[in-house]
Write a protein that binds this ligand. Sequence first.
Ligand code: ADP
Ligand code: MG
Ligand code: ZN
Length: 621
Amino acid sequence: RIAETRTKTRATEAPKARPQRDPEDYPWSADVRKALHNTFRLSDFRPNQQEAINATLGGYDVFCLMPTGGGKSLCYQLPAIVESGRTRGVTIVISPLISLIHDQVNHLLKLGIPALRITGEMPARDRERALAEIFARDAAATLPALVYLTPEFVNKSRVAADIFTHLARRNRLARFVVDEAHCVSQWGHDFRPDYKEMGQLKRDYPDVPLMAMTATATSRVRHDVISHLNINKARLKEYQQSFNRPNLHYHVREKKTKAIVLEDIARFINGQHRNECGIIYCLSRRACEDVASDLGRAHGIRAQHYHAGMSKRDRIRVQEGWQENEFKIIVATIAFGMGIDKGDVRFVIHHTMPTSLEGYYQETGRAGRDGRSSDCVLFFNYKDSNGIRLMIDEGEGTRHQKEQQHDNLRQVVMYAMNTLDCRRAQILQYFGEVFAAESCHHTCDNCCRMQQAPHDAAAMAHTDVSAMATQALGLVDAIVRAGDSVTMLHCVDVLRGSTKTAIKAKGHDELAQFARAKHLARGDVERLFQRLVVEGALGERSEQNGMGFTNAYMTYNRREAEAIIAGQKQILMPMKKLTASEAAASSTARTTTAAARKRSGYQPRPRPLELSEDDFEYAHD
Ligand code: ADP
Ligand code: MG
Ligand code: ZN
C-alpha cells in the first residue's frame, strides 16, 4: 500500500515541484516502525502522526492540532523512544495535571518504556529517586526516555532548571513537549498563567526542538501559542486535521424540571446504554452529588460524583474506580476529564449546558475514543444560562475577559436554540471549519429530524424577527421607564395580547399597541425574549420577593437594544415559516413601534399585594 502511494505521488507531481518526501524514507524510519509495532503494539499510524514524528526527529518545531482522542501522545512518545535509543536523549514533557501525568507515566511503564515524573506534590523520597536517575554519574544507563513535569514545577523549582542544564551540557536534551498547549492562551478555555512562562524554554534552548500539542483550534489560540512559546516560524511545521468526530452523535434535549430531567437521563441510560460507561457533566458540585445519588436511589443506576471540592484522595479513588470499571458512570464538574484516556465511554451527558462551545467539544470529545458510536446529549434550559451569566459577572477576570465569556455563553445558547442546522456544522464552524451537512449522515438530532419529518422540517426557516424584537424591546422599555418590575413571562403574555388578570392588575393591558405577537406560538415569543437577553439587549435582575422566592425581572439595556431597533443588528431565529398575513403583521411592527412608544400614556398602577401566578414561574427549583 505504501509503495502504491509513493508511485502515485511521483506520477502526479509537476516536474519542478520539490518531491514530497516519502514518510518511510528517513534515517530513523526503521526504528519508528519498530517502535510502533513492538513497543506500542499498534498496526498503523493515524493521520498526521507519522508526519509530526518525522518533523520533530528532523529537528523542526511542531505545532500539532488534533482532536481529543486523536492520538497526540504517540506523536511525542514514539520519537522519545527512538531518540533515546539513538542518542540517549531525553524528551521533557510539560503537562498541566498531576493526575494526567500519573496516568501517562503508568501507561508508559506498562509498555516497558522508561519514563518518570517529577512534580511538586510527590513524596520527597520518590522525587529524590527520580532525580538520582537523571543526575547519576553513569547516567547513560539510567536516563529515562521521557520526563514529565508540571508547568508550576518548572516555574517554581530550581530543580527543573538544573535538570535542563545538566542534560543540555551532556547533549541529552532531545526535545520539549508542551502538551495541552492551549493553556498558554487566555483565549483558550483553560488558561493557566504558569503555562505562559513556558516561553522561557525556547529562549534558553533555542536549538532544542519543541512540540506544542493541543486539541484547541481557533486561529487566535494557535497564534497565541506559537508566539508565547517563542517558536521560530521558519523552523515550524504545523499539522492539523478535521475536528469532525464521525462516531459521536449529537443531540440537544429540553431540560424540564429537576425531577423530569433525571427521569430522562435514566430512561436514556437504561434504554440505550445499559451497563455502559459514561460521563454526566453538571455545573455545580452540589448538582453532581445530587444527580449521582438520585440516579442510584430512584433509578437503580450506580454512579459516583467527582468535583474539585473533594479531597485529593477521594478524587483519585473515584477516577481510578471509573477507569478500572468498578462503576460505570461518573457525575462530574468540568474539573474531571482533561487527558482522561478511556476508550469505551459510550455517552457524555450535559445535565447543565457548558459555558463555551469549545468546552463542549472537549467534554463530548471524551466519548467514543475507541471509534465506536457514542452519544452526546445536551439538556438545555434557558434558565441555566442566567445562572452562568451571574457566575461570570460575579467571578474573577477583567471586563474584557468577562465579555469574552459572555460571548462564549451566547454561542452555546444559540447552538442549543438552533434546531435547524446540522449540529456538526455548527460546532465545526466554531473551529473555523466548513462542514457540509450531507456528511453528517443523519447522526445529529437536527439532521435526523430533517430526515424523519422532511415536511415539518421544510416548514421551518431562519426567520428575520427583528421587527418583532423591536416591539418586544419597546414594551420592556415602556414598562421599565414607568418603574414597574415584570418577569419575562409577563412580557411574553403582554406581547401576545393576553388579558389575564395579572396583566390587567398592573394595567399592562393598556400596552395593547405593543401586542403584535398574537399570531405567534407562546414558545416562539418566549424564545424571542430569551434571545434578546442573550444578545444583551434585555437583562434579568434577580430579586427576592416577600415569599422568599427569587424572581428575575426584566431590565432594558439601551445601547444594545438601540442597535436592534435601528436595524444595525438583525435577529434571525428558527421558526415556522410565516404565512403572508402573519409576515405582514410582523413587518408593520417596526414602523409602528416609535409611534406606539409616544402614544403610550401608560402609568403604572400600584403593585397588587398578592403574588401573581408568574411570580412563581421563575422561582428557583
Ligand atoms: P489525545 O490526542 O487526546 O492526547 P491520546 O494520545 O490520549 O489522544 O490517544 C487516544 C487513544 O488513541 C489512546 O487510547 C491511544 O492508544 C490511541 N491511539 C493513538 N494512536 C493510535 C494509532 N495509530 N492506532 C490506534 N490507536 C491509537
Ligand atoms: Mg493528550
Ligand atoms: Zn447533522
